[in-house]
Design a protein around this ligand. Structure first.
Ligand SMILES: N[C@@H](CCC(=O)N[C@@H](CS)C(=O)NCC(=O)O)C(=O)O
Length: 329
C-alpha cells in the first residue's frame, strides 16, 4: 500500500491522524471519456472514440469499484471488445502487483509491468497520487482514459452500443435525478461507509460510519420490500453500484470491517434482491470470493495484523430469489 510522489513510489498506509481517525478516500486523477464518436465527454479531453480492441481494463477481482466495471463489461457484451488484466489480490508494500501465482490473475497482459504504479508512471513519469484500480487504458494513445469507476460504467453503458448492438440502458434519462439521489446516499453510507467503519482509527470515526451504514441498509430493506429494484421495476446502475458492496458483505465487511449489527443474509429483502442480481446472466462470473476474502484479510495489516483468513460460511447465491412477485410494484 502506498502512493506515488513525483513519479517515485512511497510505501505508506492511509494517514488517518490528520483526519481525526477518519478514512478519507482521494479523488481519481484521470477523467477522460470514451464516446461513440470521440467527442469530449463531461470531463477531460476528447479523442477517445469507441473502437473494438482499442481499450484495456486493469482490475482487481477483490475491489468493489473495479467490480462495477467488470459487471458493465459483461452486461453490455464488451468482453470481446475490451481486454482485461487482473492484479494479484495481495496489495502490499508495492501496492497492486501483477504476480501470477493466484488463480484468476493474469499478469499485465498489455504492458508487461510488474506493479500497477508502473502503468501510471508509464503514462506520467512525474505523477503524484494514489494508484488505484480500475484503470481504463487506451492502447492507441498509450495513456490512461479514466481511473474513476462511476464514469467508466457510464461509458460502457452506451459508448459502444453501435459496435455491440446492445442497447440495454442502466442510466435511463427519465430516472437520472433519482438514480443520482440514491447513488449519493448509497455511496457515502454503504459503498464507502463500510471502508470508513473498517479503516476508522478512533471509536468516534467508527461510530460515525457504522450507524449511518445500518440506517441505510434498513432504508434499503424497507424500499426493497415494496419494489423489485432500487428505482422500481427496472435494473439501473444504482442496483449494480449497491450490489458490489452487498456481495462482499457477509464474508468481508461484517467481520473484517466490523460492520456486524447484521449479516446481509439476515435481511430478507436485501438478501433475495442481491441473489437476483447475482443470477443475472454474466454477473456470477465476475464475483470471485477467493480474491476478495484473500485481499482484505491479507492486505490490511493494520486491521488484521496476523493475516489470518477466517473460516467463512458458504452462502448459496443460486437459491431461488422469488422477487418476480414484486414486478408490478
Ligand atoms: N474512485 C475510485 C476508487 C477506486 C479505489 O479506491 N480502488 C481501491 C481498491 S478497492 C484501490 O485501488 N486502492 C489503492 C489505494 O488507495 O492505494 C473509483 O471508484 O474508481
Amino acid at each position: 500500500m502506498g502512493r506515488l510522489v513525483e513519479g517515485v513510489w512511497k510505501d505508506e498506509w492511509y494517514d488517518t491522524k490528520k483526519s481525526g481517525g477518519n478514512f478519507v478516500r482521494s479523488t481519481s486523477g484521470f477523467r477522460n471519456w470514451i464516446t461513440a464518436d470521440g467527442a469530449a465527454g463531461p470531463s477531460g479531453e476528447g479523442g477517445f472514440k469507441a473502437e473494438s480492441g482499442r481499450y484495456h481494463l486493469y482490475v482487481s477481482l477483490a475491489c468493489p469499484w473495479a467490480h462495477r466495471t467488470l459487471i458493465f463489461r459483461a452486461l453490455k457484451g464488451l468482453e470481446e471488445h475490451v481486454s482485461i488484466s487482473v492484479v494479484h489480490p495481495d496489495m502490499l508494500d508495492n501496492g497492486w502487483e501483477f504476480r501470477n501465482d493466484f488463480a484468476g490473475t493474469t499478469g499485465d497482459s498489455l504492458l508487461g509491468k510488474e506493479y500497477l504504479w508502473q502503468v501510471y508512471t508509464h503514462v506520467d513519469p512525474e505523477m503524484s497520487g494514489r494508484v488505484t484500480v480500475p484503470v481504463l487504458y487506451d492502447t492507441q494513445r498509450d495513456t490512461i482514459v479514466s481511473n474513476e469507476s462511476s464514469e467508466i460504467i457510464r461509458m460502457f453503458n452506451s459508448a459502444f452500443d453501435g459496435i455491440t448492438g446492445n442497447r440495454d440502458d442502466y442510466w435511463p434519462e427519465p430516472l437520472r435525478d433519482e438514480i443520482e439521489a440514491v447513488n449519493a446516499r448509497v455511496y457515502d453510507t454503504v459503498n464507502n461507509g463500510v471502508y470508513k467503519a473498517g479503516f476508522a482509527t478512533s471509536q468516534e470515526a467508527y461510530d460515525a460510519a457504522v450507524h449511518p451504514l445500518f440506517e441505510s441498509l434498513d432504508w434499503l430493506e424497507d424500499r426493497l420490500s415494496r419494489q423489485r429494484y432500487l428505482l422500481g421495476g427496472q435494473i439501473t446502475e444504482a442496483d449494480w453500484r449497491l450490489f458490489t458492496t452487498l456481495v462482499r458483505f457477509d464474508e468481508v465487511y461484517h467481520t473484517h470491517f466490523k460492520c456486524n449489527r447484521n449479516f446481509l443474509r439476515e435481511m430478507p429483502n436485501l438478501w433475495a434482491y442481491a441473489r437476483e442480481l447475482y443470477q443475472v446472466p454474466g454477473v456470477a462470473a465476475t464475483c470471485v470470493p477467493a480474491h476478495y476474502i484473500r485481499h482484505y484479510h491479507y492486505s490490511h495489516e493494520t486491521v488484521n495484523p496476523h493475516r489470518i483468513i477466517p473460516l467463512n460460511p458458504v452462502l448459496d447465491w443460486t437459491a431461488p430469489h422469488g422477487r418476480e412477485a414484486l414486478q408490478a410494484a
